[in-house]
Design a protein around this ligand. Structure first.
Ligand SMILES: *Cc1c(COP(=O)(O)O)cnc(C)c1O
Length: 366
């Protein structure tokens, strides 16, 4: 069994994907152009965000708004310590200080009850992460941010497609940033990402920063980056966007079915909790187990691939030792990172696949 079966997805849309890529090659329009314009329209139509800017990766999609907001040395940006490195890396890259706020023990997203205490006069943005595909408690976070006049950047790199109280992830805060890394809910065939906003001024500045801070060609208003998406990735995404709503529905169904099978199995696991006012894209279907190493060894022997998202909370990474945050700084993140384990998940998994995984996990956690 594959952890994520990108091959099954390719075979399902192969004819259209191949034709789309060949068309770009014949056009010789490789950078920006019609495919990127079409993708941005598709992304805005899907998320409801007024401005969608395709860019080179999820990491750049997080970096560009920080640059556009003028965040740098002496500033602080709040994020979760239980996420992929990029969430905090971009904060450090612009010269600001990552400030961590611990997660909620049921959703694994930033705990809004702990947020306000972390705000200082230097706080310039809050970057909640919609981990595993479930939007963070955005209403609570936005309300605290509004009280202090601070923008909110949703790290939606795992949650493209998720619903939150009738809105789409990427369109629930000042800015949303997603990734089209191949294994994400909407993936391209290389690196890609997008940034979303309803703020015209911010959109204009991010559009400029995405292409070397230029206003017109060879005239540079800001220091920017090469953060463009290439036309081939856009063409692939335009094909995949047609099927994405049905894939998203399938993800929700498979995640729910996993949890149903686990509930009936007697397996010794903590399954994901999705709040009733939102959906999860299950970018990962992650469960908590005791004795994770032993469980993973048994699953590997049974032919079930697993992964750990993420084994080391960010405050314990070597690159962030300068922050001086030792053991016990964020106890929930530390606990969850020691127990979490992701199981095979993609929209092409069958009932038999799920039953096989659940049976193996039940046996391995006895
Ligand atoms: C994947 C991911 C990123 C980075 O996206 P890339 O496209 O790989 O640069 C950032 N944050 C989170 C939470 C992610 O999962």
């Amino acid at each position: 069994m594959n952890f994520i079966d990108l091959g099954a997805q390719y075979r399902a849309y192969a004819e259209e994907l191949n034709a789309a890529v060949l068309k770009v090659m014949a056009s010789t329009q490789f950078i920006m152009g019609a495919e990127v314009d079409a993708l941005e329209k598709n992304l805005s139509a899907y998320t409801g965000a007024k401005h969608s800017l395709a860019c080179s990766s999820g990491t750049d999609a997080l970096l560009i708004p920080l640059m556009a907001l003028g965040i740098g040395a002496g500033d602080e940006v709040i994020t979760s310590p239980f996420t992929f490195i990029a969430s905090a890396e971009v904060i450090a890259l612009v010269g600001a200080k990552p400030v961590f706020v611990d997660i909620d023990e049921t959703t694994y997203n930033l705990d809004p009850a702990k947020l306000e205490a972390a705000i200082t006069p230097r706080t310039k943005a809050i970057m909640p992460v919609s981990l595993y595909g479930q939007v963070a408690d955005m209403d609570e976070i936005n309300a605290i941010a509004a009280k202090y006049g601070i923008p909110v950047i949703e790290d939606a790199c795992q949650s493209f497609g998720a619903d939150y109280k009738g809105k789409k992830s990427c369109n629930v805060s000042t800015v949303g940033a997603t990734s089209f890394f191949p294994s994400k809910p909407l993936g391209c065939y290389g690196d890609g990402g997008a940034v979303f906003t309803n703020d015209d001024e911010l959109a204009a500045k991010m559009t400029s920063i995405r292409i070397h801070g230029q206003s017109v060609r060879y005239v540079h208003k800001y220091v920017g980056v090469n953060g463009r998406l290439d036309a081939m990735q856009a063409a692939i995404l335009n094909v995949k966007m047609k099927y994405f709503p049905q894939e998203a529905a399938k993800r929700i169904e498979i995640g729910a079915r996993y949890s149903e099978l686990f509930a009936a199995s007697g397996a010794n696991v903590v399954t994901p909790v999705v709040k009733s006012d939102r959906t999860s894209m299950y970018a990962q279907y992650s469960v908590r187990v005791k004795n994770r190493d032993a469980v993973i060894a048994k699953l590997t022997a049974a032919g079930i691939p697993t992964a750990v998202h993420y084994p080391i909370p960010l405050h314990k990474q070597e690159c962030f030792q300068y922050l001086g945050l030792g053991d016990g700084s964020f106890p929930v993140s530390e606990l969850v990172s020691s127990e979490i384990m992701s199981l095979p998940m993609d929209p092409f998994k069958t009932e038999e696949d799920l039953q096989q995984v659940v049976a193996a996990v039940t046996e391995a956690t006895k």
